[in-house]
Design a protein around this ligand. Structure first.
Ligand code: ATP
Ligand code: MG
Length: 374
């Protein structure tokens, strides 16, 4: 089977374009492993020779960032009769049709419109179709390039940029709905994402933490080879008795950011990703976000900041993480006093508490107890 795929934004990359194209091809190869006979870029289009189940190929290609659309195509010679034969292989009986032609090969003797009209007339004659250029049931596309290519269904891809083209970021992953979606959105912008999860177990437990691993696995279907770093919550928890309860949540957030920063600086991540959505919960007010992230050297990205919960849930369903996110899990957030958290924490007070409990030392201890999973 031949699949034609078209990239979108990569096309605007000027002299960097070949690098983006190479990365996209290599990501496609990875996602299509076992199904790909060949893959190449020609005239800004991607040509894939695919074997195996078409439905499987389709669902895999729909998970590759950087593909704007793709189509299962028939390839034939550039004679009108050959093109007609390829078109006639489609089942078009009784449909409203439109034919469109694109000539990449400008030496082709007919104008695009002439070829479209000729093929359209033959379709009408053979299948009894009506021509409906404005709102066709089937749009028959013909591309004249090195050969001729015919397809009838343009399948929308994810768009975005190839994973890996924008660098690496570290996502703070909770057991909830939002953070895996945040990671996915950064992947859409070309980041490869690894994850840092603070858990409520004494040490990482593959069985208890399998939901977290499964979430990472689900996001991994969209590319990259995400790593999961896990850290026990106990180092922080041991000190929280000293923290005023209404400040506990925001101090915990400060701890999460500092730990992520420590990992980012050590391992070369260009940013920290968090699933915050402004105003969604007490820790996500402007004041609390500001107080929690104050003093960080590494930028924090919050791709969900302006989305509401319904939109985030819809995306989680689309990406496939939702059903995992709602499985029961003992998140350490439930251990942080959340009964009456402040909505307007003062940065100076968070600084003071951080000093009092020796946050730097706690972060260092946690950093040393990180375990790494693929
Ligand atoms: P989520 O649905 O992602 O859990 P939430 O609405 O429950 O988000 P919070 O619990 O305030 O909101 O968490 C906000 C963000 O903080 C999360 O999206 C995630 O990035 C980070 N975070 C929360 N808990 C943890 C944790 N245990 N380990 C790592 N990061 C965490
Ligand atoms: Mg949460």
């Amino acid at each position: 089977m031949l699949v034609l795929a078209q990239y979108g934004e990569i096309g605007t990359k000027g002299k960097n374009r070949p690098g983006f194209e190479r990365l996209l091809l290599s990501n496609i190869k990875e996602t299509m492993k076992g199904m790909l006979k060949s893959a190449k870029v020609r005239d800004s289009r991607i040509f894939l020779e695919v074997e195996g189940d078409a439905g499987e190929a389709r669902s895999r290609l729909m998970k590759v960032f950087g593909i704007e659309w793709f189509a299962f195509a028939r390839e034939c010679g550039k004679g009108v009769d050959e093109i007609w034969e390829a078109v006639a292989g489609e089942n078009l009986a009784g449909k409203g049709i439109a034919v469109e032609t694109k000539r990449v090969d400008k030496s082709f003797p007919m104008k695009s419109q002439e070829l479209s009209a000729e093929i359209g007339a033959r379709i009408v004659k053979k299948f009894g179709c009506r021509v409906d250029l404005g709102n066709p049931d089937v749009r028959i596309s013909i591309i004249i390039g090195r050969n001729a290519y015919v397809y009838t269904e343009k399948i929308k891809g994810l768009g975005g940029l190839p994973v890996g083209s924008s660098g690496r970021v570290l996502c703070l992953l909770s057991g909830g709905i939002d953070s895996p979606v945040a990671a996915w959105m950064m992947m859409k912008r070309g980041c490869s994402v690894d994850f840092l999860h603070v858990h409520a177990f004494e040490k990482w437990d593959g069985e208890k933490g399998k939901k977290i691993s499964a979430m990472v696995g689900k996001v991994a279907e969209y590319g990259g080879r995400p790593r999961l770093y896990s850290v026990p919550y106990s180092d922080f928890y041991a000190q929280t008795g000293k923290v005023r309860p209404e400040y506990e949540l925001v101090v915990f957030r400060r701890y999460l950011y500092r730990l992520a920063e420590r990992v980012a600086l050590e391992k070369g991540y260009g940013g920290i990703v968090s699933g915050d959505s402004l105003g969604q919960v007490a820790s996500q007010t402007l004041e609390n976000i500001g107080a929690a992230q104050s003093g960080l050297e590494v930028p924090v990205f919050r791709p969900l900041v302006a989305m509401d919960k319904m939109e985030i849930v819809a995306l989680a369903e689309k990406t496939g993480t939702y059903s995992l996110s709602i499985e029961p899990y003992k998140d350490c957030c439930s251990l942080v006093a959340v009964s009456n958290p402040l909505t307007r924490a003062r940065k100076a007070e968070v600084d003071r508490i951080a000093g009092e409990i020796g946050l730097e030392g706690i972060v260092e201890k946690s950093f040393r107890s990180i375990s790494e999973h693929i």
